[in-house]
Design a protein around this ligand. Structure first.
Ligand code: ADP
Length: 481
């Protein structure tokens, strides 16, 4: 057997695609959800802190305004202490700036004397107090300090690095991602199990189909309830295919053994006859003639078998279409009866016809003629002297009906369904005497099927057999002559 030459990409397998699908559908939304949640938690903390810092700045600025911090140098040291304490309690840095935005006091002591031209400071100085988060996460809250004539004469600036918020959010993030990682791990185990349930039966079926390709039809796919509906259907279809192939294979083997057996019998007779005559001395001429006569009839029998086989083989080659032509069925039946009348006469069987209508139908005249001849021939063959064979032709608006009824020996009930099988004969010894090959009805059956018709048998032993054939009057695609 040829291996598939195409290289398979391992990650294109159903299993990996399913895993990737589950991953995208399960993990990605979880990741997005947790990062969005973290973002909003952080946003919430920052907003809250901004409000807090602004109110702290306002409290300090109120104290500075009332103490005249910017103008009264003596009051400064008390105030500086209070501001330093507030700054230490809140873990943030406080700066006091004068009207020219120069730092006059800094709890960090670093920037005294420097000018802070920050947008928040300018805004507080100009119009309103403001708190804003910077790109590095630090929050600036600025509140104006009022001067003597109720003018904005300075600014309190609180700078908070938000380390605590970042720590809290970092902790929540760590926990969230740990939780996510465990969910992902669990999900992965689950996905592997689920995809296995999905792909295992498919792999099993692939194995079975490969075996079938190598000619082994014994194994069947398991049909389990835990499988998905489509997989159950697939397994059932796979098993039906295996059954069918198994049947075809055993029919084929049976057929070959039947053919060999059928040809072996006449060949052995020829061998025995020719050998015995060769071994005899001074054989009289009459004996030669008698033996040659027997040999000749065995050869005729083999020829008949081979001709029937060839006809069947041709019918089996479905690509060779039948030659459908509009044909007068009354004429066709008349021809058959005329040809078989002498046989009926010899046997003392009455051959009757009853053509109820003038019927034309799209048929392959030659093949249908042979098929119906087989039926009439059998009816005459299997009807004893003084019996009757009646051939009827009728039709409705869609089908033609041909009936061949005899008052002959009939067919045992349990064998009726087998008579269309190749080489099947009810009574082998008797049928050898009648000269039958056991292929006639197979040819008839195949021909009627190719006409998209049907064939049925009613039979009773010792009473007779009726064979009913139905064929459509019109074939869908009629070959034009
Ligand atoms: P054969 O060439 O032996 O007649 P067929 O395929 O035509 O082979 O028929 C198969 C078998 O069916 C026959 O051998 C015979 O036993 C049985 N059979 C067919 N037609 C009749 C009939 N009209 N009456 C009784 N038996 C029949």
């Amino acid at each position: 057997m040829n291996e598939n030459p195409q290289k398979k990409a391992p990650f294109l397998s159903l299993r990996w695609i399913l895993l990737a699908g589950y991953a995208v559908a399960g993990i990605v939304p979880l990741l997005l959800l947790s990062s969005t949640m973290l973002h909003s938690v952080q946003g919430y903390f920052v907003e809250e802190r901004k409000k807090e810092l602004l109110s702290e700045a306002n409290v300090i600025s109120g104290q500075l305004t009332s103490s005249g911090f910017l103008f009264n140098k003596e009051a400064r040291s008390d105030m500086e202490e209070i501001i330093l304490e507030t700054s230490q309690n809140g873990d943030f840095r406080v700066l006091v700036l004068d009207s020219s935005c120069m730092v006059v006091y800094d709890t960090g002591y670093e920037d005294v004397g420097k000018t802070y031209l920050l947008p928040e400071v300018i805004q507080a100085m100009d119009s309103r107090d403001t708190a804003k988060e910077q790109e590095n996460g630090t929050v600036y809250a600025a509140a104006s300090v009022m001067g003597l004539s109720n003018q904005r004469s300075g600014v309190v600036l609180i700078v908070d690095g938000m380390k605590d918020v970042q720590d809290i959010v970092g902790d929540i993030g760590k926990e969230a991602y740990l939780l996510l990682a465990s969910i992902v791990a669990l999900l992965f185990v689950f996905m592997v199990a689920v995809s296995k349930v999905f792909t295992e039966p498919v792999k099993n079926m692939i194995g079975i189909i490969k075996e079938m390709a190598e000619g082994h039809f014994e194994r069947r796919a398991k049909v389990e309830h835990k499988m998905h509906t489509e997989l159950v259907d697939l397994a059932i279809a796979c098993n039906q295919m295996a059954d069918q192939l198994d049947k075809v294979e055993s029919t084929r083997q049976q057929f070959v053994s039947n053919v060999s057996h059928e040809l072996k019998t006449p060949l052995s007779s020829v061998k025995v006859l020719s050998e015995s005559i060769l071994l005899m001395e001074d054989v009289p001429k009459e004996m030669y003639v008698e033996f040659l006569h027997d040999i000749n009839s065995e050869v005729d029998r083999m020829t008949a078998i081979i001709n029937d086989l060839l006809t069947l083989v041709k019918l089996d080659q479905k690509e060779i279409p039948l030659n459908f032509k509009e044909t007068d069925l009354n004429q066709l039946m008349g021809g058959i009866v005329k040809r078989l009348q002498p046989l009926a006469d010899v046997k003392g069987v009455t051959l009757e016809t009853d053509y109820l209508k003038e019927i034309t139908a799209d048929v392959d005249e030659m093949k249908l003629s042979l098929a119906i001849s087989n039926l009439v021939d059998n009816a005459v063959k299997y009807t004893p002297e003084n019996g009757t064979v009646k051939v009827t032709l009728d039709a409705d608006h869609q089908h033609a009906f041909i009936t061949v009824a005899d008052t002959g020996i009939g067919i045992p009930e349990d064998e009726v369904n087998r008579i269309f099988e190749r080489f099947y004969r009810v009574d082998k010894t008797r049928d050898r005497e009648t000269g039958g090959t056991g292929l006639g009805l197979s040819i008839t059956h195949a021909t009627i099927m190719m006409h998209k018709g049907s064939i049925k048998v009613n039979s009773k032993e010792e009473e007779g057999t009726t064979i009913l054939v139905r064929i459509p009057l019109k074939q869908q695609s009629v070959t034009q002559a």
